[in-house]
Design a protein around this ligand. Structure first.
Ligand code: FES
Length: 331
């Protein structure tokens, strides 16, 4: 299937989470591709960092309080360092430029998380598909698949070969990895990779929206849960989403609030003095996840899959609203 040349995704943008768990020191900064640097982060005292699993990300808190979410792409068994890959995003709001141009080895940065919205679940085999910097969450998944002896393949596309990060470490896996720079090979042949996915295969894809949308179309007939996507930007809002005002009952605190049509659920909660941790404000990072006890959420996040949406038992209050007149939350 024809695709346009890959545009690299912008950094997710948000404001500082209401708590930053860690201040970490930049212990290494390495150029790993054209426009991509890898940062190694460690506690100033060299102590142990919170555990994480493949697919997890952290919030990087930058001067001015803005945050960006970056997938952890290092060795999860190394408890003393985190590694992230940062793409310079010319159209971004300065976060990636700050990391590239100003952040230096020895500096301290605030880190929130880690948090995992893109978990690697058991499968008979994996098909990984990456576009550009979307390779980062897949790197530890590949390590995990190798450790557990699960067969896997990676289709890795990018604008040019020089823009594709972490090729050296991926090249050690031989023909399990297919590098497809657009300027050499044209668009990814998703039909060849996805039209006959063997039973028992789980497909994990991360990259720009155009790639994710195309993979989603090719996998439309796969059973629920077989495709997992991680988006850098929120998906287009579904048709039929409703902006009406609604009521939210906070069951544990015994309060009921009105959410006006021109405010988010997160804003309504904040104005009522109900603190819900938040970061990206785009339905991307998972920080604001809240349990739903009753009512029908109008999911507008880029995190839940169809089965999770249908379950209706959680909501990301920064973007999602309610399809029912009343929503009951575990707050
Ligand atoms: S704050 Fe990131 S998903 Fe809501």
């Amino acid at each position: 299937m024809a695709m346009t040349p890959m545009a690299e995704p912008p950094d997710p943008v948000g404001t500082a989470p209401r708590s930053t768990a860690l201040n970490l020191r930049v212990t290494a900064k390495t150029r790993v591709a054209e426009g991509v640097v890898a940062l190694t982060l460690a506690r100033p005292d060299g102590g142990r960092l919170p555990d994480w699993t493949p697919g997890a990300h952290v919030d990087l808190v930058l001067p001015g309080g803005l945050t960006r979410q970056y997938s952890l792409c290092g060795d999860r068994w190394d408890a003393s360092t985190y590694r992230i890959g940062v793409l310079r995003e010319p159209g971004g709001r300065g976060g990636s430029a700050f990391v590239h141009d100003e952040l230096a080895v020895g500096d301290l940065v605030g880190i929130g998380g880690p948090r995992n919205n893109f978990r690697l679940v058991p499968a008979e085999r994996y098909l990984f598909i990456a576009g550009g910097i979307g390779i980062t969450p897949l790197l530890p998944m590949i390590v995990q698949a190798e450790l557990t002896g699960i067969p896997w393949k990676l289709l890795y596309g990018g604008r040019t070969r020089s823009s594709m990060a972490f090729q050296d470490e991926l090249s050690t896996h031989g023909d399990k990895v297919s590098f497809v720079p657009h300027d050499e090979h044209g668009p990814l042949d998703l039909a060849a990779w996805l039209n006959d996915v063997p039973d028992g295969t789980r497909v994990y894809c991360c990259g720009p929206a155009g790639l994710l949308d195309a993979v989603e179309r090719h996998c439309a007939d796969l059973p629920a849960g077989r495709l997992r996507l991680e988006r850098f930007v929120a998906a287009d809002r579904p048709a039929g989403a409703r902006d009406d005002a609604f009521e939210v009952e906070l069951r544990r605190s015994g309060r009921t609030l009105a959410v006006d049509r021109d405010q988010s659920l997160l804003q309504a909660l904040g104005e009522a003095g109900v603190n819900v941790l938040s970061s990206c404000h785009q339905g991307l990072c998972g920080t604001c996840e809240t349990t739903v006890l009753d009512g029908v959420p109008d999911h507008r996040d880029a995190l839940l899959d169809d089965a999770e949406r249908a379950a209706g038992d959680c909501i990301f209050v920064c973007v999602s609203r309610s399809l029912s007149d009343r929503l009951v939350l575990d707050l």
